[in-house]
Design a protein around this ligand. Structure first.
Ligand SMILES: [Zn+2]
Length: 265
C-alpha cells in the first residue's frame, strides 16, 4: 500500500462535496443507503480522473501497488456509512480486485476487548438496514498515515519473501488496522506475493547493473538506469523496504555501499 496524497480541493470543489453530503444527511438512514448505492465514479467528473492521476505511480492501485487503477473505492463502505459517500478523504483509487473485496457491506471498528483488536461489522443480504455501531475505523487509511508505518515485508527468508505483515506488535491499534486491511484485501494473494518476490529480484539485478555502470564510468547508462527507477521498477514498497532492511541482506548491503547515490534517486 502506498501513501496517497491527492491535492487539496479548491473552495468551489469543497462546496460541491459539502452540498452533496448535506443533501444526503437530510434523508433517513435507509434512503441514504439507497441513494449512496447509485453513486458512480462518473459523478466525480474531472475530479475522478484527477484522483486516479494522484496515484503517485501513475496507474497502480493504492492498496496492492501491482494492478492497474480502474475504480474509485470508498475506504469505509458507503453501504454502511452512506454519510461518507461524498467525503474526499474516503475516496481511494483502486484496482477492480481490491475494490471488489470491499464491495460487500463489511467493515470493522477498533475494539481492544476483541482478541484481534477489531470488531467486524457485516450486513447480510436482505438484513435490516440499520446504522452500524460507531467507532474508529479498522482500515489503514492510505491518505491519513503513511502505510510504511503499518506494514512490513518479509525479505530475508527465501520461502516467505514477499509476504506482507503488520509492522507493529500486537496488541495495538496499528497492528489491528494492518491485520484487518491485509486480510480483507488479501494482500498476500499469490499474484501479489509473486509480484513482490519478482520485484525484489529485479531491483537486485538493476543494482548490479548500476554498480557495473559506475565501474565502467558509463554516464549514459547510469542516466538510463536512474530513469528506470524513477519511472517504474515495480511496487515501490519493495524498494523502500529493501533500503530499510539492507543490513539484514548482505548482498544488497554490499551493492548499496558500492552505489550509495541510488539512495537519493
Ligand atoms: Zn489492488
Amino acid at each position: 500500500m502506498r501513501h496517497l496524497q491527492p491535492r487539496r480541493l479548491t473552495e468551489g470543489e469543497r462546496a460541491v462535496f459539502w452540498r452533496r453530503s448535506l443533501d444526503l444527511l437530510d434523508l433517513d438512514y435507509q434512503t441514504m443507503v439507497a441513494r449512496a448505492g447509485t453513486w458512480t465514479a462518473a459523478a466525480l467528473g474531472p475530479l475522478g480522473a484527477e484522483l486516479k492521476a494522484a496515484s503517485t505511480l501513475g496507474c497502480r492501485c493504492t492498496y496492492c501497488e501491482v494492478n492497474e487503477v480502474s475504480d474509485i473505492d470508498h475506504l469505509r463502505p458507503k453501504s454502511l456509512w452512506p454519510q461518507l459517500t461524498w467525503c474526499w478523504e474516503n475516496l481511494v483509487p483502486a484496482c477492480a480486485y481490491c475494490n471488489g473485496r470491499k464491495k460487500q457491506a463489511r467493515d470493522a471498528v477498533l475494539d481492544s476487548a476483541c482478541d484481534s483488536g477489531f470488531r467486524e461489522i457485516t450486513r447480510r443480504k436482505g438484513g435490516a438496514v440499520v446504522p452500524p455501531p460507531d467507532g474508529p475505523t479498522a482500515w489503514w487509511s492510505p491518505q491519513r498515515r503513511d502505510p510504511q508505518l503499518g506494514f512490513t515485508l518479509e525479505l530475508v527468508d527465501d520461502v516467505e519473501r514477499g509476504r506482507i505483515y503488520p509492522r507493529a506488535k500486537a496488541p495495538s491499534p496499528d497492528h489491528a488496522r494492518a491485520r484487518w486491511t491485509i486480510d480483507v484485501l488479501e494482500l498476500n494473494r499469490a499474484h501479489l506475493w509473486r509480484a513482490r518476490r519478482n520485484s525484489f529480484g529485479d531491483y537486485l539485478r538493476w543494482l548490479h547493473e548500476v554498480v557495473r555502470a559506475i565501474g565502467s564510468k558509463d554516464q549514459q547508462r547510469l542516466a538510463r538506469l536512474r530513469r528506470e527507477l524513477v519511472e517504474d521498477k515495480g511496487p515501490p514498497f519493495v524498494w523502500r523496504e529493501m533500503k530499510l532492511q539492507r543490513e539484514r541482506l548482505p548482498e544488497l548491503d554490499d551493492l548499496l555501499r558500492a552505489a550509495p547515490d541510488v539512495l537519493t534517486w
